[in-house]
Design a protein around this ligand. Structure first.
Ligand code: PLP
Length: 361
């Protein structure tokens, strides 16, 4: 089976974890601080705060920005559920706007019409590793005095306008094993704002700055030093991983774009291809789901991110009657193919020819 994702953990990660185990400092030791410093430098921000996962990073980012009940946050319905859940977790209301069917990211034209006196923030998702149009979104946020929270959980190293994502507002990253870099479970908040950084740091450690003195009720959302030790090594390899993903995406695109009915991702050198996602349209001649079944039978791992938009989820029943046409259409068309750094050209050739053959059948 050609896997859809394959975390790469080498001798460096093993040695780093062993060092932590031997030191006995499994939590709140030196590795978390070192990882935060390296990640902040990589993104180009003043502060990075490590958390237990991407969901807790989003939760804390919203809390640190003071977003709560009776506030509205504008976001995309075409994302992993955690994006909207974090908004719900602080008691605020997600306001969904449709996505652009070519970029899969929030359609910035629809943001301004969705703004009300209750709007506090815009929460774009850099889906599949491609930055949302942050120049435009930043201008809208400035004009209406809104915060920006970036769900960059799929976009470590992606850029817009010469800046890394996670540096336009409060950035939130995930280090789950399928992401472009991993720590097992883990997350990171990035910001240039001293106040947000200090508050986020307190929020993840029970509202305390000085041990056993608590100014408010917070959480334990800290990262372990074992995870951070892995993260430090993964971050060093991230530029290479991303370069390989881009190379693989280009290789796939050059041939897949010739197949009738397939829409391939745009060639964008700032895309980090967390996923390589095509759209299977009716002109392909077979349905997306038939293609998935055929590829599975031929030993090719694929995935659908995401088969059911957030506003159609049972957990979001109050939104079920709403329609976001582009989101609903692409949920039926998207198909992610293996693009991870260690897929071979031979495997990609096999994927391409298998798709070609199936169309002719
Ligand atoms: C992975 C992911 C998250 C959540 O990250 P976890 O570390 O799994 O909690 C949030 N948003 C998006 C878009 C993701 O892909």
């Amino acid at each position: 089976m050609i896997p859809i994702a394959k975390p790469q953990l080498g001798e460096e990660e093993k040695r780093a974890v062993l060092e932590v185990l031997e030191s006995g400092m499994l939590a709140q030791g030196t590795r978390v601080a070192a990882f935060e410093k390296a990640f902040a430098y990589f993104i180009g921000v003043k502060h990075a705060i490590a958390t237990s996962n991407g969901t807790t990073a989003l939760h804390i980012a919203l809390l640190a920005l003071g977003i709560g009940p009776s506030d509205e946050v504008i976001t995309s319905p075409f994302s992993f559920i955690a994006t909207a859940n974090a908004i719900k977790m602080v008691g605020a209301t997600p306001i969904f706007v449709d996505v652009n069917h070519n970029t899969f990211n929030i359609d910035y034209h629809q943001i301004e019409p969705a703004i009300t006196p209750k709007t506090k923030a815009i929460l774009p998702v850099h889906l599949y590793g491609q930055s949302a149009e942050m120049d435009v979104i930043s201008a809208i946020a400035r004009k209406h005095n809104l915060s920006i929270i970036e769900d960059a959980c799929q976009a470590h190293g992606a850029e817009c306008d010469g800046k890394k994502v996670g540096s336009f507002g409060t950035g939130c990253f995930s280090f789950y094993p399928t992401k472009n870099m991993t720590t097992g479970e883990g997350g990171m908040i990035t910001t240039n704002d001293d106040h947000i950084a200090a508050l986020a740091r307190k929020l993840i450690t029970h509202g305390s700055e000085k041990k056993y003195y608590h100014d408010f009720i917070g959480y334990n959302y800290r990262m372990t030093d074992i995870a951070a030790a892995i993260g430090i090594e993964q971050l060093k390899k991230l530029p290479f991983f991303n370069e390989q993903r881009r190379k693989n995406a280009l290789y796939l695109t050059k041939r897949l774009r010739l197949i009738q009915g397939l829409v391939v991702p745009p060639i964008n050198p700032k895309h980090v291809f967390h996923q390589y996602t095509i759209r299977v349209t009716t002109e392909f001649g077979k349905t997306r789901d038939e293609l998935v079944q055929y590829l599975t039978d031929k030993g090719i791992g694929t995935a659908i991110f995401y088969p059911l938009p957030i506003h159609k989820q049972k957990a979001y029943s109050e939104y079920n009657q709403m329609t976001f046409p582009h989101t609903e259409k692409i949920a039926l068309e998207v198909l992610s193919l293996p693009v991870h750094p260690f897929i071979t050209e031979k495997d990609m050739d096999y994927i391409i020819t298998t798709i070609e053959k199936y169309q002719e059948m």
